[in-house]
Design a protein around this ligand. Structure first.
Ligand SMILES: C[S@@+](CC[C@H](N)C(=O)[O-])C[C@H]1O[C@@H](n2cnc3c(N)ncnc32)[C@H](O)[C@@H]1O
Ligand code: SF4
Length: 438
């Protein structure tokens, strides 16, 4: 019987799998694929609409998201105008699309001024025809940019879930993370979100920063719990190429594992349940009452560079970059595009049956609720253990249970960030290895 280390490698912290396949598997599509053709045979009754806002007040030392700090002053306004043009082209290609989920992320959507934010929300309703009062709507915000005026606008629009990047309540730890944040801004913004009665407040925290002791970490978790956020995301710090912290060559011991376990213990004993390695939710949190949407199989339309779109046979987006010059070049290209250029997909990854099965497996297994084998049979006509015999190794290493529901054990959940990449196809792995970061 293998131990997790023998099976998966030395550390549980390999890479954050928030979707599959990873965007570094995307390549130019030749020829480009008209959106009308791409979506023609897809179910369009239950789609996720995602709008990306690639601007921030500063570039945090740990962050490799597609975003730009200190953009030219006219770029944000031009961006909102251009996303409207993109939306119009997409809507023309999918006139009957019905959206059952909406998320606005970034970057920092609340970096936009209040007029630009209102114009962006108008694209959602006026162009895309989504009904924010009837569907779950989520938005990301940073403490200093989320003013009372913007938050009130968002609440009135129908935002149900406000996700706030906090990372830490300790200004010294924040500085070490390369994030010049004031704790008084965090406190003020949380108070405003509560006063405006957003049904779900999520707080993001990071553990494993330079100079952050276990006690520093638990103190931030305890402070967060005092606010009783409906959700908490605990992110293990990853230091990635081309980020501010990337040049520091940080070596890791098992600090992050200990910090994870202690925080998990604290949250479970404080009335939270664990949804995945990173996500915790209060038992009283409002349950999702929106129309049914299944992230393993339903489609997504992403607007803006950095946003991904998913249908069953193709995942696509614009090109991706982390470094400032690469992000600025992609954004500048986006801002000067002709309308017609938005009507086709030019960069992406084609999924065959095997990749669709892997996607279903990975996205389900990495959730604490696990994978219902009957759902897999209903979708693919076979048992998941026959399609992926390597799962038996997880079971024999004590990382997953073998029942009607294939579920990660406590140790398995801790090793999620290693199990995900271990399940990637060799095709996806090969593409990721040959991707050039810029
Ligand atoms: C879009 S941001 C949240 C909203 C807003 N931009 C902010 O930072 O306040 C997404 C979250 O991803 C997490 N994150 C990004 N890069 C990370 C990294 N390298 N290691 C750990 N967490 C990271 C942070 O917790 C961050 O809050
Ligand atoms: S963590 Fe948030 S504020 Fe910081 S650079 Fe990334 S997206 Fe921007």
């Amino acid at each position: 019987m293998n131990s997790p280390e023998q099976l998966l490698g030395e550390t549980p912290f390999v890479s954050y799998v928030y979707s599959y396949p990873h965007k570094t598997t995307y390549r130019p599509l030749e020829p480009a694929r008209p959106l009308h053709d791409v979506w023609q045979h897809e179910c369009r009754e239950s789609l996720f609409l995602y709008l990306h806002v690639p601007f921030c007040e500063f570039r945090c030392g740990f962050c490799n998201l597609f975003t730009l700090a200190n953009a030219a002053t006219d770029w944000t306004g031009r961006y909102v105008d251009q996303i409207r043009r993109e939306a119009e082209q997409v809507r023309d290609a999918l006139p009957d699309a019905c959206f059952t989920r909406l998320a606005i992320g970034g970057g920092t959507p609340t970096f936009l001024d209040v007029g630009q934010l209102a114009a962006l929300l108008q694209v959602v309703t006026g162009v895309m025809g989504a009904g924010p009062q009837q569907i779950p709507v989520s938005i990301e915000a940073s403490p200093a940019t989320a003013t009372e005026e913007k938050l009130a606008l968002l609440r009135e629009f129908g935002v149900d879930r406000l996700s706030l990047g906090v990372q830490t309540f300790d200004e010294r730890v924040s500085r070490n993370l390369g994030r010049p944040q004031k704790t008084c801004d965090v406190e003020r913004t949380i108070a405003t979100v509560r006063a405006l009665n957003f049904p779900v407040l999520n707080l993001d925290l990071i553990y494993g920063g330079e100079g952050q002791t276990l006690e520093d970490w638990l103190s931030s978790v305890r402070t967060a719990i005092e606010y009783r956020p409906e959700e908490l995301y605990l992110y293990p710090l990853y230091v990635r190429a081309l980020t501010g912290l990337g040049s520091k060559h940080r070596a890791w011991g098992d600090e992050r594992v200990i910090m994870y376990r202690k925080a998990q213990e604290l949250l479970l004993s404080s009335g939270y349940e664990q949804v995945s390695l990173r996500m915790f939710r209060t038992r009283q949190a409002p349950q999702d009452e929106g129309p049914v949407y299944c992230c393993q199989s339903d489609g997504m339309i992403g607007l803006g560079p950095g946003a991904r779109s998913y249908c069953s046979e193709l995942h696509y987006s614009t090109e991706y970059a982390v470094g400032r010059s690469g992000v600025a070049a992609i954004l500048s290209d986006y801002l000067t595009r002709q309308e017609t250029e938005f009507s086709s997909a030019r960069y992406g990854f084609q999924l065959d049956d095997e990749e669709r099965q892997r996607r279903h497996l990975i996205l389900s297994l990495l959730q604490a609720a696990g994978l219902q084998r009957s759902d897999y049979v209903a979708r693919f006509g076979r048992d998941v253990l026959d399609d992926f015999p390597q799962l038996r190794e997880l079971i024999s290493a004590g990382l997953a249970t073998e029942d009607e529901c294939l579920r990660l054990t406590t140790a398995g959940l801790e090793w999620s960030d290693a199990i995900g990449p271990w399940l990637y196809s060799s095709r996806a792995q090969g593409l990721m290895e040959t991707y050039t970061w810029h």
